[in-house]
Write a protein that binds this ligand. Structure first.
Ligand SMILES: NC(=O)c1ccc[n+]([C@@H]2O[C@H](COP(=O)([O-])OP(=O)(O)OC[C@H]3O[C@@H](n4cnc5c(N)ncnc54)[C@H](O)[C@@H]3O)[C@@H](O)[C@H]2O)c1
Length: 253
């Protein structure tokens, strides 16, 4: 493991479980100082403890502007500034009701957009001034292959992720010359520890991904964490406004 993130001060929004938790652990292994933020504060505290290296947790609801402002202020104060932000949170509970454009309940649309898109805008607005004060920094968002996949279901989720990719490109274009990079990690199907433990992913889904992809195995949270770590490091200073698909080469989403 390299120490390429030594001295980097990074907040991870959506860090209690899954990909965000794995990313906090990976960033700490590479030397970053971390604040783990999540609506599930017990989970974020567990993540911070597991990560070590002085990582600490703060509560945040990314749909609430005041909550986001308070969390980012606490992170910047505790870390002495910010050099990076991984904005990763999504509400994946409503995704099971995200049926199709004719049938989907508009409450599902509103909730999905509130967390996955508007919430990411709020986080962007809160972290950017700190990154600019540090004379530059990196923002890494988590999108999904479904932003571009054109699936016959989950339209609200796909719309939220498509919008998020537009936000990322805007940030890269508007603030790139001031030292900001903004990029997206777009996971394919990723079997998180929690999904594995919950045993709720149907075998047919697992078989589908194993039989149709370009890899012999399913994606893991650590696969996503490794790419987020690279994008948050100085190795990625010349990567800006990009979507990096991390999906084992899959052609399906
Ligand atoms: N796992 C996959 O197959 C997969 C595939 C494509 C994209 N993604 C994306 O990866 C990211 C992480 O997903 P995951 O699979 O690790 O799921 P997850 O549910 O384990 O992680 C999402 C995190 O966001 C937090 N969160 C939810 N609502 C929040 C809010 N209002 N404020 C603050 N935090 C909130 C949750 O508490 C949780 O810790 C998401 O953006 C998801 O859309 C996942």
């Amino acid at each position: 493991m390299t120490r390429r993130l030594d001295g980097k001060r990074i907040i991870v929004m959506g860090s209690a479980t899954g990909i965000g938790a794995a990313t906090v652990r990976r960033l700490a292994e590479e030397g970053a100082q971390l604040c783990a933020a999540d609506i599930n504060v017990e989970g974020a505290e567990r993540t911070a403890t597991e990560a070590g290296n002085g990582a600490f947790a703060v509560p945040v609801d990314i749909t609430d502007e005041a909550s986001v402002g308070a969390a980012v202020a606490e992170a910047a104060e505790g870390l002495g500034g910010l050099d990076g932000a991984h904005i990763n949170a999504a509400d994946l509970r409503v995704i099971f009701q995200d049926s199709n454009a004719l049938d989907v309940d508009l409450d599902v649309f509103d909730r999905t957009i509130a967390v996955n898109l508007r919430g990411h805008l709020l986080c962007t607005r809160a972290v950017l001034p700190h990154l600019l004060a540090s004379k530059g920094g990196a923002i890494v968002y988590t999108s999904s292959g479904s932003a571009r996949g054109g699936e016959p279901e989950r339209p609200c989720y796909a719309m939220s992720k498509g919008g998020l990719e537009a936000l990322m490109r805007h940030v890269a274009s508007r603030w790139g010359r001031e030292g900001i990079t903004a990029n997206v990690v777009a996971p394919g199907f990723t079997m998180t520890q929690e999904m594995q433990a919950g045993g709720q992913v149907p075998q047919a889904v697992i078989d589908h991904f194993l039989s149709t992809g370009r890899s012999f195995r399913l994606g893991q949270s650590e696969d996503q964490a490794a790419v987020a770590a690279m994008l948050l490091s100085d190795d990625a200073r010349w990567i800006n406004g990009q979507v990096i698909n991390v999906n084992g080469g899959s052609m399906f989403f």
